[in-house]
Design a protein around this ligand. Structure first.
Ligand SMILES: Nc1ncnc2c1ncn2[C@@H]1O[C@H](COP(=O)(O)OP(=O)(O)O)[C@@H](O)[C@H]1O
Ligand SMILES: Cc1cn([C@H]2C[C@H](O)[C@@H](COP(=O)(O)OP(=O)(O)O)O2)c(=O)[nH]c1=O
Length: 219
């Protein structure tokens, strides 16, 4: 039985997901201890990290769009099997930086493979494993990119260097996902200062996962 919970963090590049995730972990760790698992896509284990290196390498200019989508799904599959499912079986709270919505937005819309096609292909990879809650860090794509260019020059990857029009397509797809999945996906105003973003995200998590986040850790 999967008694744990899966919370995913989504949004355009530079929305502040990783910064918020780190701050949330610092706040929840003292309370949840080993029940808290933090991970990211694409990655989280040796095989998925190796796939991540191939996908994000700026020298891989030859990569076909469908190859890219399949590699993300392959990394996701391995990550689910090695990290996410074992944690959910042990009643842990899994916080994951990006998941299937990233593929629908970036490959489905950004690369124009088709959002439904990418979603369907990912159903094969995930066997339907859907997050209990998704936080959508909402910031204009241009603002996100500007944050990265200002602060993270050394980490700019193959997707960060795409034109602004690509990132606008990604953002539009995220907003469609948000509208279509109001129960699962909750919007966080990521244009605020980090502290306010973290506080809003924590409020949503506590409201959506009340028994999980308000009871003392028993496994
Ligand atoms: N709320 C915020 N306001 C301004 N800058 C931010 C905010 N959150 C994050 N940043 C900065 O923007 C950059 C990208 O943040 P990051 O957390 O790596 O975003 P993401 O993981 O969504 O790509 C970092 O340099 C970070 O310090
Ligand atoms: C998980 C996933 C990520 N991506 C992209 C989004 C990011 O540009 C990149 C991940 O790089 P990363 O450096 O982790 O970016 P971020 O800090 O913004 O999360 O991969 C996809 O295109 N499809 C996917 O399915």
């Amino acid at each position: 039985m999967l008694t744990g919970k899966l919370v995913t963090f989504e949004g355009p590049d530079g929305a502040g997901k990783t910064s918020a995730l780190n701050a949330i972990v610092a706040k929840l760790k003292p309370r949840l201890g080993d029940r808290l698992v933090v991970t990211r896509e694409p990655g989280g284990n040796h095989i998925s990290e190796a796939i991540r290196t191939i996908i994000l390498d700026r020298n891989n200019t030859m990569m076909d769009d469908r190859t890219e989508a399949l590699l993300y799904a392959a990394a996701r599959r391995q990550h689910i099997v090695q990290e996410i499912l074992p944690a959910l079986k042990q009643n842990q709270l899994v916080l994951c930086d990006r998941y299937i919505d990233s593929s629908v937005a970036y490959q489905g819309a950004g690369r124009e493979i088709g959002e439904q096609a990418v979603y369907d292909m990912n159903q094969f990879a995930t066997q339907g494993l859907t997050p209990d809650l998704t936080l959508y860090f909402d910031v204009d794509a241009a603002v996100g990119l500007k944050r990265i260019q200002t602060h993270r020059q050394n980490e700019i990857n193959r997707l960060d260097v795409e034109a602004l029009s690509f990132h606008h397509k990604v953002q539009a797809a995220y907003l469609r996902l948000l509208a279509a999945n109001p129960e699962r996906i909750k919007r966080v105003d990521a244009s605020q200062p980090l502290e306010a973003v973290v506080s809003e995200a924590l409020q949503i998590m506590t409201a959506q996962l009340p028994t999980y986040l308000t009871t003392e850790g028993k496994s």
